[in-house]
Design a protein around this ligand. Structure first.
Ligand code: HEM
Length: 533
């Protein structure tokens, strides 16, 4: 006897409405599908974003940008092309507009804490920035980067902001110099004075070793030691790459993170972010706390000591979990971006021999003896122009930075209006290729554009630079601007100037292009080095 006839015999004859249980079962599936479809169509038809152009699929689902994000470099390139086709506003998600309005950077990335990384404070744990929360002892914990509540962010930032000032970063310079020397020694030992004589090698991977070893040294006086090993000896860099790919992908559809990484029942992925980084960081903290840290020289301060001082000054604001968060953000947030920037500077200059010759001439004429001091490097106008142009032409951040339109809405320069609650984003890579700001030759690598042009008077140049600085989102802006910017610049200027000073450097094959992967990362920058006389 089947279920339906069993129920019928128990109840007696059922009234016949033309419906039996099979039909009910079908309805059980069909009704939710029809309701969902109806809701989707209704939302689509009534969305205030309907008038904005963009890919048709993107107006229905974030799956469009999730798939695009998995195609790496295609992501920023596609968004740029969409702006060429549709203009400054492109709808790239059901509730997301990508803006190519450099004049709105200071509005959207403001200091007034109105443009939040989250739609409202109650709606936490569903937005792209929440995905970056750390899991400490099983508890989802915001960090300086991921905190979406401005009050929580301010409480976290206040005790330590001063440690990222120029003055404090300069107090790390002796350590940075020692690390740069170590970097050069390794390159010379292996690729200039090795048993087989001079040898070409891929500089791109050595740059990431430099960046990781330097940030760990400055953060807790112990190096991850990639320079010593000369390869990703513990696999942590590969894991970090996978984790980064994961974070950018789920940022496009944030709820996925609660299915995959922060799933309370069973964690599905990604691979545990930088297990080595977490272990070394924790060991460093414990060793320092228990007075067993043999690496630490109190005459050469580091961030860990700074954070412990911050805790002593404000114990109610800074507990050990917060210190772990500070340390982890330091080691994880900056190394990749810094490496991408250094690679862009070196590769793009070498690819443009006239640029490289000018850069060499300037650095050699400055009379440096050894590792180049940061302050002096910053005073070299052509080096500065090359760095800025490399960040513009191929910067590290080429993903959209999202903010929610606050009460009052957003008035667009073209007279349009975006209502409150809509997510808008700006992509530093898209803004850096805006022809209205930089001219029609945006696809060219031309450092001279950052210098005073022939015939341009000093005032006109000052005004132009002011406008360009306001349009620059390479390090973010406003109250959530990159806290590590000065540190990153010290790492960048020092190593680039020192490499150019010490070596004659050429691309092994000047015709060969670098290989781009992820959104901005590069490999295959194969160079040959020769010591300068
Ligand atoms: C060339 C290197 C770097 C680039 C291009 C870069 C870029 C950025 C950008 C664009 C943002 C804003 C993100 C947003 O608004 O969503 C940001 C924020 C941040 N960066 Fe960097 N960064 C670099 C190096 C570093 C370094 C070395 C550190 C660590 C010492 C660091 C730590 C942070 C932190 C903690 C934030 C969040 C700040 C906050 O919300 O208060 N960055 N960075």
């Amino acid at each position: 006897m089947d279920l339906s006839s069993g129920i019928k015999s128990y109840l007696g004859p059922l009234p016949s409405f033309g419906l039996d249980l099979k039909v009910s079962a079908v309805s059980f599936v069909a009704i939710p599908i029809l309701t969902l479809s109806g809701w989707l169509v209704y939302s689509w038809l009534t969305s205030p974003l309907r008038k904005y152009p963009g890919p048709f699929l993107a107006s229905w689902t974030n799956l469009w940008r999730l798939i695009l994000s998995l195609r790496g470099r295609k992501y920023p390139v596609t968004i740029r092309k969409l702006h060429e086709k549709y203009g400054p506003v492109v709808r790239i998600g059901p509730n997301l507009l990508d803006l190519d309005y450099p004049e709105l950077v200071k509005t959207v990335f403001s200091t007034d804490d109105k443009w939040l990384k989250v739609v409202d404070k109650e709606n936490v744990q569903t937005e792209m920035y929440d995905n970056n929360n750390a899991i400490v002892n099983g508890v989802v914990t915001p960090t300086l980067f991921s905190a979406t509540d401005p009050a929580v962010h301010a409480r976290m930032k206040k005790p330590i902001a001063k440690y990222y000032s120029v003055g404090n970063i300069l107090s790390f310079e002796a350590r940075a110099d020692a690390l740069v020397k170590h970097f050069c020694n390794e390159l010379e030992r292996r690729y200039i004075n090795g048993p087989d004589g001079p040898k070409a090698f891929d500089l791109s991977e050595w740059i990431i070793f430099y960046a990781w070893d330097l940030i760990s040294t400055l953060t807790f006086s112990r190096s991850f030691s990639y320079l010593d090993h000369g390869h990703d000896f513990d696999g942590a860099l590969a894991v970090t790459d996978k984790a980064l790919t994961y974070f950018i992908a789920v940022a496009q559809m944030p709820w996925l993170d609660y299915l995959l990484d922060k799933n309370p029942i069973v964690r599905i992925g990604p691979p545990g972010l930088g297990t080595t980084m977490v272990r070394v960081t924790l060991e460093a903290l414990i060793a320092r706390r228990t007075g067993q840290d043999k690496n630490y020289d109190p005459s050469m301060p580091d961030f860990l000591q700074n954070f412990l001082d911050a805790q002593a000054a404000a114990p109610d604001l800074v507990d050990d979990t917060i210190i772990m968060g500070y340390l982890l953000v330091n080691v994880i947030a900056g190394a990749d971006n810094t490496s991408i920037t250094i690679r862009s500077i070196i590769y793009l200059s070498l690819k443009h021999p006239a640029v490289y010759r000018k850069l060499e001439a300037e650095i050699l004429a400055a009379g440096f003896k050894d590792t180049v001091p940061y302050k002096q490097a910053r005073q070299l106008p052509y080096l500065d122009a090359v760095v800025r142009e490399a960040i513009r032409a191929h910067g590290a951040v080429s993903v959209p930075l999202e903010r929610y339109v606050p009460a009052g809405g957003l008035n667009l320069p073209d007279g349009g209006f975006v209502p409150p609650g809509v997510a808008v984003c700006m992509n530093p890579d898209v803004l850096a290729h805006n022809k209205g700001v930089y001219g029609d030759d945006v696809d060219e690598f031309r450092p001279e554009r950052w210098l005073q042009a022939p015939g341009e008077d000093a005032e006109a140049y000052r005004v132009r630079m002011q406008r360009w600085n306001a349009a620059d989102l390479g390090f973010g802006d406003g109250s959530r601007v990159c806290i590590g910017k000065t540190l990153a610049l010290l790492e960048i200027y020092k190593v680039v100037a020192t490499l150019v000073l010490r070596y004659e450097m050429v691309l092994e094959d000047p015709e060969r292009e670098w290989t781009l992967w992820q959104w901005a990362s590069q490999k295959d920058i194969v160079v040959k080095l020769k010591m300068r006389e």
